[in-house]
Design a protein around this ligand. Sequence first.
Ligand code: HEC
Ligand code: HEC
Length: 349
Amino acid sequence: MFRNARTTLTAAAALCAASGAAMADEALRADALEWFEPIPMNPPALENNVVTDARVELGKQLFFDPRLSRSGVFSCNSCHNVGMGGVDALETSIGHGWQKGPRNSPTVYNAVFNIAQFWDGRAEDLAEQAKGPVQAGVEMASTPERVVTTLESMDGYVEGFAQAFPAEEEPISFENMARAIEAFEATLITPNSRFDQFLQGDDGALDEQEKRGLAAFMATGCASCHAGVNLGGQAYYPFGVVEKPGASVLPVGDRGRFQVTETAGDDYVFRAAPLRNIAITAPYFHSGTVWELEEAVAIMGVSQLGAELNEQQIADITAFLETLTGQIPDIEYPILPDRSAETPLPDEM
Ligand code: HEC
Ligand code: HEC
């Protein structure tokens, strides 16, 4: 009798605790949905571009083709390795002539959801962005003319551009190269992370620590800058709202958006970095000098919030950030068009 009553009581208490936990999860989810959105399962529509299969396939070839660079060494994938979280895992990227660039390579995954491209947002969209690295001296060091000559020299590209831009008289152009790459990049999205599963109603997708981390991410103020579908990538803030990090993390020579707008208020202002897949895109910050996610979280606390987060908060927030790793798409390495006698030779190694 006594034993039975006890069992019933325990069961009732367990049931109560369980429904309490379910209510707490529901409240946490409601809060989170005020700030964040899951990544959609399908690529978003683009302005001034249509994501057709032919365009995506062509864009993929271009993304992997080192012949877009003057040396014949660097492709987009060299610095945005799609098998490695869309980054190069270097402090700052190495490009043409073994030059070390000034900034860390951000991931191409989910870049389509950012309001503008680059750490300082200087390119409006992915098509505008794609023209930058092809010409940049420290990246691929080519010219629009050289790229067009290269593409026109290969039958495979003549056909590929004709299929991808069927209505156009001159399908091969620098502009269309950029549009095809943009169409491919729009497919580089990573839905279905554990965080997104939680947002979509699965209480069990996050464990207790990860849920505490999510709550802390909102309560301490991280979410006021890192919100939306990419948890960032939407607006610009000084790196060091409260306290500027030291020069090893924030090199004095890189003044961020000031270089774009030349407005005093934009000194050391950068785009709040998108945090999707952050656990697999080390090293961190535009300087790429921080390799541990915990350390990046602690630096953010001090620099952006003026708060010394305690060890528990740092561990919890880091555990939460690790749930932002999504489903990486299957990308089959493309066969690239054969060169011809007209294809420009590699130059200036
Ligand atoms: C030599 C290395 C290198 C190569 C090659 C390269 N990139 Fe980048 N990429 C970078 C770096 C570094 C940045 C950040 C630069 C900055 O913010 O000033 C960047 C930024 C980007 C971004 C912006 C992402 C964001 O979140 O803002 C995209 C998209 C991108 N590159 C796509 C490409 C494409 C497409 C190609 C090929 C046409 C390419 N990259 C070639 C190093 C490279
Ligand atoms: C006032 C706006 C703001 C707040 C608040 C803020 N951040 Fe940031 N965050 C930024 C900016 C801007 C950057 C880009 C810094 C740079 O240029 O390297 C950044 C970068 C990061 C990075 C590095 C991303 C990468 O790809 O290298 C992480 C991680 C990060 N923030 C996490 C957090 C966490 C966790 C919090 C809360 C403790 C937080 N942030 C609070 C604006 C903010």
